[in-house]
Design a protein. Structure first.
Length: 204
């Protein structure tokens, strides 16, 4: 029997997932909750955790996955969005799969079995998303992204690179424009920090 935990903001979702999996004799939903901390405070005996991507407690998807992964459970992320940044971040944190929420019981059951067996559960569409290279940035754009994305203010970024603050803003706008052109608009460029390798010397 594969023991499954469901962590989701919506209290109705665990009941729905339990009903979806009711016809699968080898899978049982044994634990439900609305937050990772709540789950970790309990016995934490699930083999597979079905994790809602965006929880309302201010936690980040990658941190949630890492915390669950550390317990030895295999994590299958569920979301209504198939966003490349989210997929990559959760997989890097230790998630074994990522599914866009729907009512396909067979697909969900197969994904649970796959990750429980040590495999990775990703749809063809999501595999295409994460295998696509991110938009190419210039060396200066990468330096600005790295400094600003790791906590430097606009002024500090400008000072370290020897440029004006409006120039920093211009580089950030260019980065946003490149991602928008790739049909993945982003307002906060700091969310892109994990999409690129750090520049070899961010101060020059």
């Amino acid at each position: 029997m594969i023991r499954v935990a469901v962590i989701d903001n919506d209290r109705l979702v665990p009941a729905g997932l339990r009903a979806l999996l009711a016809a699968t004799p080898d899978i049982e939903v044994t634990i439900t909750g609305t937050g990772v901390a709540e789950y970790l405070a309990g016995p934490a005996v699930a083999d597979v955790v079905l994790l809602d991507l965006q929880l309302d407690d201010g936690s980040t998807p990658a941190a949630n996955v890492a915390a669950l992964h550390a317990t030895g459970a295999r994590v299958l992320v569920l979301s209504v969005h198939g966003d490349r940044r989210h997929v990559r971040a959760t997989l890097r944190a230790g998630a074994c799969g990522y599914l866009v929420k729907d009512d396909d019981a067979a697909k969900l059951a197969e994904a649970v079995r796959t990750v429980h067996a040590g495999g990775r559960a990703l749809t063809t569409e999501l595999m295409t998303l994460i295998n696509d290279d991110p938009p190419e940035l210039s060396a200066q754009e990468l330096q600005v992204l790295y400094l600003y994305g790791t906590g430097s203010t606009l002024a500090a970024t400008a000072r370290r690179l020897g440029i004006a603050i409006p120039t920093v803003r211009s580089y950030l706008d260019r980065i946003r424009a490149k991602w928008a052109a790739a049909a993945e608009p982003v307002d906060d460029v700091r969310l892109l920090i994990d999409e690129y390798a750090p520049p070899t010397d961010p101060q020059n």
